[in-house]
Design a protein around this ligand. Structure first.
Ligand code: ATP
Ligand code: MG
Length: 418
């Protein structure tokens, strides 16, 4: 029997798994016939069987009762991981929830290999957490413990952008100095690497990898910024109340704009706080929309509309979204210019992280021959413009944006365990 190993890309927004069996490396159908699965989980009430991915999202948006979660990766390395959460009245740790999601992914390999896969290379961003090496280390150890808990015996790690480079390498003609630009939901990661299809079976690539950089900025932050800039003001963000003209608590709006924090707002304490404020509010109409979202627990619906708007603005200059769930016939039109203004600062940070990668590698912009764009956030027109300007001489490739990391991790598992 051929020994097999696998690679798992546990993404903030989307995940994938690929297996390496002998010389063959391939992506596994992770949900139906799709090779990627949204990193979402839905717990229906009174049932221990959660749903995952698109199925989870569909159940949630069909207004089924239950608990919906996204962006679980952002919890790794944070204090929330030990805090746990209530799922239908039962306490559950976040690492158990991530384990359920990853076990579901691992089980999808069952039809392709008749034995349990024991060895895995897990992807990781260059930094799970910025400027905090201890938290970053903890995040990896947490993910490693989760991988062991679902039955993997040997667990190795690889930077996600390096994996993306490996996935593209088979198609490279000659030797090319490449930069991988991997902009996902949670992080932006860069690698400068020498690629050639002759190197595919080379075990030690350390001399080809010139530099890695990464920051904890991704599409989730674009959603957050767009929400705060264009939507939250319509829910009373920065409005005032009372005789002293105090500002409403802004943290609520920040949490409502972040996938991994929305659930924490659905407490009687928060709801009654807003009810109190509403009496003294100077903008009752808008603030009552916030109250309605919290009472009806439609925070995910709201942020999903923001994300949909962001994605629509990739193809269009303006988009009109319906917010019927907050107020009858409430429509808002948001323009690409507004979005670009909202993410201006983040786009600058992403571009600086790429520049820092060049600096660390000791190469000039002009020396880069190939730019490998991967990750969903590289679709954003402003981001594409930034990278075209940064690397005017380079060829650009952007195949399999959402699955190249998973595939590359399986190539790496072949090198590490094959
Ligand atoms: N057409 C589009 N325009 C703009 N953004 C998009 C588009 N398509 C997807 N995105 C964004 O891309 C992000 C998801 O990308 P991806 O699946 O690469 O992330 P991930 O691998 O899960 O995250 P990470 O690698 O950071 O953990 C989301 O924020 C999503 O909104
Ligand atoms: Mg990714």
């Amino acid at each position: 029997m051929l020994n097999s190993s696998c690679g798992i890309d546990f993404g903030t927004s989307n995940s994938s798994i690929a297996i390496a069996k002998g010389q063959t490396v391939r992506l596994v159908a992770a949900e139906g016939s799709h090779v990627t699965i949204p990193s979402a989980i839905f717990f229906p009430p009174r049932s221990s069987m959660p749903s995952y991915g698109r199925a989870a999202t569909e159940l949630f948006f069909a207004k089924q009762e239950g608990r919906y979660m996204r962006s679980l990766k952002r919890i790794l390395g944070s204090s929330l991981i030990r805090q746990g959460t209530l799922i239908n009245g039962k306490a559950m740790q976040f690492d158990q929830i991530i384990a359920l999601f990853l076990k579901n992914l691992k089980d999808k390999t069952g039809a392709l290999v008749q034995h349990e896969i024991e060895n895995v290379v897990m992807g990781r961003p260059v930094h799970f957490v910025d400027n905090d090496p201890a938290a970053d280390h903890r995040a990896q150890e947490e993910l490693k413990a989760i991988a062991h808990s679902i039955g993997f015996k040997q667990v190795a790690f690889q930077f996600e952008p390096i994996a993306a480079a490996f996935a593209h390498e088979a198609n490279i003609k000659g030797e090319k100095l490449a930069i991988v630009v991997d902009l996902g939901g949670g992080t932006s990661d860069f690698t400068i690497i020498r690629l050639s299809n002759k190197y595919i079976h080379k075990k030690d690539r350390s001399s080809d990898i010139l530099a890695n950089t990464g920051i904890r900025v991704g599409g989730n932050d674009f959603d957050k910024n767009l929400s705060l800039a264009a939507i939250m003001p319509e829910l009373g963000y920065k409005s005032t109340y009372g005789e002293k003209n105090l500002q409403v608590p802004l943290k609520l709006y920040h949490d409502l704009s972040e996938w991994s924090k929305i659930n924490f707002l659905y407490t009687p304490k928060v709801v009654s706080q807003i009810r109190q404020l509403l009496h003294q509010s100077h903008d009752k109409r808008r603030l009552s929309r916030l109250l309605r979202v919290l009472e009806a627990e439609t925070g995910h619906t709201l942020l999903a509309s923001v994300e949909e708007t962001k994605i629509a603005l990739t193809g269009q200059q303006a988009h009109t979204a319906s917010f019927d769930f907050m107020e009858d016939n409430l429509l808002m039109t948001i323009t690409r210019a507004q979005f670009e203004e909202a993410i201006h600062h983040e786009a600058g940070r992403i571009s600086n992280a790429a520049a820092q990668c060049l600096q660390l590698a000791g190469v000039t912009q002009r020396a880069i021959e190939l730019v490998i764009l991967t990750g969903g956030s590289t679709e954003v027109p402003l981001i594409q413009a930034v990278f075209k300007k940064l690397f005017p001489n380079a060829a650009l490739t952007d195949e399999n944006k959402l699955s190249s990391v998973g595939l590359g991790l399986a190539y790496d598992s072949q090198k590490k365990f094959g």
